[in-house]
Design a protein around this ligand. Structure first.
Ligand SMILES: [Zn+2]
Ligand SMILES: [Zn+2]
Length: 391
């Protein structure tokens, strides 16, 4: 019987040092140059792994072949950081101006790096293969899809997938797991409205792009409340509005941009057709023209019920049932959804919350590093339960 808990406990110093080193070098999506080199260098210290770099620019893949026939599991971490000025005051704070691992991807990477080392040592107790995926640009614009297009889910073909994210909304030390849709589909849109500029005192000689855009923003807020099924949660947010330069001039142009969220695949696929008539109707009524660009983003992230059941039984061995929570689904997006469309996937949260803690994407976000071992132990236990030699 392998004493997983003991093996994982022994990696505490390694985990903390990896996390702190990664925390110091946060980089933007598809610019994870130092991060990707750090990840690859660490994976190359594990002799059992085949390491491939430069996948979809900065992506890295470690492959562990046990030499025994069986299924293939992929364990994913995301590598990118956010353009936020860190204010944690930590000794390992960001050394890059206005960049910070404020979403905890330094932690996500650490857990997968430590897990890779442990599972490589336990290779003789496993069958099949395990891939360790380090993807660029999870926040934006998405590195999972180009990594899939580069072939990471084949040779050997990936059957199962798993990923973990820190979650400060759950109490520290808990694990969050839920069947079905956990995260939303997320898309972006831009609207450029064109009217006819002129003197602020003579609106009848003009077509006011700013006023039209204001009405478009209001009308778009009716989409969720009046056009979509209330049983299907959805969001339309206009997050930026630019128009005008002078207090006494009516602007010719107004630029809007925003995001849509939904758990429903059908709505996700038809959001552009739902929004456009609203924009078109308002602009037409005011005599303005428009250019509407809709950029479909990540699909909804859906946990496979069989995988949830299996992962839950592994989690019970690690933390006990009383430390497992069913989190609320979130309107946040996650491009691991593309991997889940092609394999049986399961995504879980590692609770890091404490009284007064900062949320994700906040300049003061931080967590207790010893919690990383819970994530590692969950990955290791799950891999052994799923791909144990006698499975
Ligand atoms: Zn994030
Ligand atoms: Zn994140």
């Amino acid at each position: 019987m392998i004493d997983i808990h003991h093996i994982v406990k022994e990696t505490k110093e390694l985990a903390i040092s990896l996390r702190q080193a990664l925390h110091k070098i946060p980089e933007k999506g598809f610019s994870e140059i130092k991060t990707s080199r750090f990840v690859a260098d660490h994976l190359k210290t594990i002799p059992e792994l085949e390491v491939t770099t430069g996948i979809a620019e900065t992506g890295v893949l470690g492959l562990l072949k046990t030499g025994r026939p069986g299924k293939t599991l992929i364990i994913r971490a995301d590598m990118d950081a956010l353009p936020i000025k860190e204010e944690t005051g930590l000794a390992c704070a960001s050394t890059h101006d206005n960049m910070m691992h404020a979403c905890g991807h330094d932690a996500n990477m650490t857990m997968v790096l430590v897990t890779a080392g442990i599972l490589a040592k336990l290779k003789d107790s496993l069958s099949g293969n395990i891939k360790f995926m380090f993807q660029p640009a999870e926040e934006f614009p998405g590195g999972a899809k180009p990594m899939i297009e580069a072939g990471i889910l084949e040779n050997p073909h990936v059957d199962y997938s798993v990923a973990c994210h820190l979650w400060p909304s759950l109490p520290a030390g808990t694990l969050g797991l839920k069947s079905g849709i956990l995260m939303s589909a997320a898309s972006l849109f831009d609207i450029e409205i064109t009217g006819k500029g002129g003197h602020g005192a003579m609106p009848h000689m003009c077509v006011d792009a700013l006023d039209t855009a204001g009405q478009v923003v209001n009308a778009l807020q009716r989409v969720v409340s009046r056009k979509l099924n209330p049983m299907s949660p959805s969001v339309v947010t206009v997050g930026s509005f630019h128009s005008g330069t002078a207090p006494n001039a009516i602007p010719e142009k107004a630029l809007l941009s925003g995001t849509t969220r939904t758990f429903d695949r059908h709505i996700w696929n038809s959001y552009a057709e739902i929004l456009e008539p609203v924009i078109q109707g308002v602009c037409q009524s005011m005599g303005a023209s428009y250019d509407f660009k809709f950029m479909p983003g990540y699909p909804p992230l859906e946990n496979n019920p069989d995988m949830v059941e299996k992962l839950k039984s592994s989690m019970i061995k690690v933390v006990g049932e009383e430390w497992i929570r069913e989190p609320e689904s979130t309107m946040g997006g996650e491009d691991m959804a593309y991997v889940f469309e092609r394999s049986k996937g399961c995504y879980f949260f590692l609770g890091t919350g404490f009284e007064g803690c900062a949320p994700l994407h906040n300049s003061k976000f931080n967590f207790d590093e010893s919690l990383l071992l819970i994530g590692v132990e969950t990955f290791v236990q799950f891999a052994l339960d799923l791909l144990g030699k006698n499975k």
